[in-house]
Design a protein around this ligand. Structure first.
Ligand code: A3P
Length: 289
């Protein structure tokens, strides 16, 4: 594994860790390397998503649903991030654990398929996601050391030369994995659907977890996990050089319109058609779609 600097189209670089030809954030590499021996528990749930899909949001929702209360211990999503800590860290976490990962299905521990762990697969429309990833990469200055321009970043992210690789490849790999592993319980949820009707989606997740909560509790989970509440309570964890919360930036559907020019959007659409040929996935780019 090596630390690499990847240049964007304007020559500004992002710092990543390269392991077996793939790019990752510069985390201690031990956890990546020991994923094969990660010990799953029967009642573990993993929130799986490409970065910037809303992982923090859904992780917190699932934590409250698993705990049966909105008064959960304050914790950062990273505490449950499988590729960040070693087994000792995860052994200390009380059951039921709510884990999360940005890894591909095939990179998850083999015990996930053996023990048929419950997976919640979260996705988000890639235009908003790429804008969010741009702010993540410029905002987390200690991790990426990047201050490039959006117009120079877009070619890089479309080409998948970022941590966790290409969004297109990630989505296609997961789509295939879900099809090919029908005995692994996977619930697919979408960022835009949760934005549109949080109660409906939180109920869906609650049902998937085998819970039978009254509607007032589910409403309280939605409220406690609203963007403004989470930003207020957790916004201080990761801040950009200008002091803004990176993980709770805007929390909207359609912010991409403020960033993509018409020609960028048309270019994106062509790349999408090319890379996602044959995929059945459909994304909503506004809540009117
Ligand atoms: P934006 O940068 O578009 O605001 P992840 O958790 O996977 O890193 O994703 C982060 C994105 O999810 C950010 O998107 C963030 O604002 C958004 N997000 C976080 N909490 C949210 C919430 N409670 N409701 C809606 N969006 C949320």
């Amino acid at each position: 594994m090596t630390s690499v600097k990847i240049p964007d189209a304007g020559g500004d670089t992002l710092t990543f860790l390269q392991i077996q030809g793939r790019l990752y954030p510069s985390f201690p590499p031990e956890a990546f390397m020991s994923m094969n021996t990660f010990k799953m528990r029967r009642d573990d749930v993993i929130v799986c998503a490409y970065p910037k899909s809303g992982t923090h949001w859904v992780w917190e929702i699932v934590r409250m649903l698993q705990a049966g209360t909105t008064e959960v211990e304050p914790a950062e999503k990273d505490d449950g991030m499988m590729e960040l800590f070693d087994q000792d860290h995860f052994d200390q976490l009380p059951s039921p654990r709510v884990l999360n990962s940005h890894l591909l299905f095939t990179q998850l521990p083999p015990e996930v398929t053996q023990k048929k762990s419950k997976l919640i697969f979260l996705s988000r429309n890639p235009k908003d996601l790429f804008v969010s990833y741009y702010h993540h990469h410029t905002g987390l200055a200690d991790l990426y050391n990047y201050s490039g321009k959006w117009k120079n970043y877009l070619p890089l992210v479309l080409d998948g030369r970022v941590d966790y690789g290409s969004w297109f490849d990630y989505m296609r790999e997961w789509e295939k994995a879900i099809q090919n592993n029908p005995d692994v319980p996977v619930l697919s949820v979408m960022y835009e659907d949760i934005k549109e009707d949080p109660y409906k989606e939180v109920r869906k997740i609650s049902d998937f977890l085998g819970k039978n909560y009254p509607s007032d509790f589910l409403h309280r989970v939605c409220d406690s996990c609203s963007f403004s509440r989470m930003r207020e309570h957790k916004g201080q964890y990761d801040t950009s050089p200008d002091g803004l919360p990176v993980m709770y930036r805007k929390g909207q559907v359609g912010d991409w319109k403020n960033w993509f020019t018409v020609s960028m959007s048309e270019w994106f659409d062509r790349v999408y058609v090319d890379k996602m040929e044959g995929s059945k996935l459909k994304f909503r780019y506004t809540l009117e779609d």
